[in-house]
Design a protein around this ligand. Sequence first.
Ligand code: NAD
Ligand code: ZN
Length: 260
Amino acid sequence: MDAELTTQVDDLASLIRQASRAVAFTGAGLSTECGIPDFRSPGGLWTRNKPIPFDAFLASREVRSEAWRRKFAMDATFSAAVPGRGHRALAGMVRSGRLAGIITQNIDNLHQDSGVPDGQLIELHGNGTYAHCLDCRQRYDLDWVRGRFHAAGGQAPDCEACLGPVKAATISFGQAMPEEEMRQAVRWTLSSDLFLAIGSSLVVYPAAGLPASARQNGARLVIINGEETPLDAMADLVIRADIGTVLEAAGDRLAASGLS
Ligand code: NAD
Ligand code: ZN
């Protein structure tokens, strides 16, 4: 780690130490070290297929079947992933009380897998490790969907209870944000005095509006991301470096300084 990055990590650890209510906001860049491609980087799984908008999913079984085909193709990557250095460092900060909570755009369940309790985690874009009926909310395991899909020759299954469409429990483009999660995320954002935006290109709204609201409300804003974001100019600290390296080092500094 070069001298400039060392100084930035020291600054990050000090800001976290001084904060009375720090909140982290995480995006796909946190999980690339776990082998899950992010959305926009070249070579990402999503650059090969344009995302399927929500209305198209609802409108035709053919599109739903295509959505499930893609989901199963990506699922090996998702289910093999385990929390990385970044997830572990953030979970450690939650455990030690340094971090009040984590708001995530990720759908990979890796914050939960790293031990962050449900009450300290908000998933804004849902969770890709299970499915549900869009009409009656009945929950389905991916294995159940996969079994039905293959038995029907590659056709998307319907809900057993109400015949509604069954979809991965994630939020698609064009689908409404989950209301309660969004309200709670706004509450956490406005009650934070330090907001850490980590691994997000900060271009997907409304989620990307949270860091800006935190800053406007008087919180310190830190942006940790490998590339520039539209909010860099308003941040108190911008660390443009590898996320796992930065968070692990910051976690080590905090652990070394104890709770004083
Ligand atoms: P994004 O793809 O728009 O941005 C990710 C950012 O992280 C990029 O700017 C990239 O340069 C940076 N990055 C990647 N690896 C990094 C590393 N090791 N160190 C530093 N920077 C790194 O992601 P987003 O803004 O979170 O939006 C994508 C949306 O797609 C999300 O809202 C999410 O719902 C979904 N998604 C989720 C996952 C997941 O759950 N892991 C993965 C891909 C996409
Ligand atoms: Zn149903």
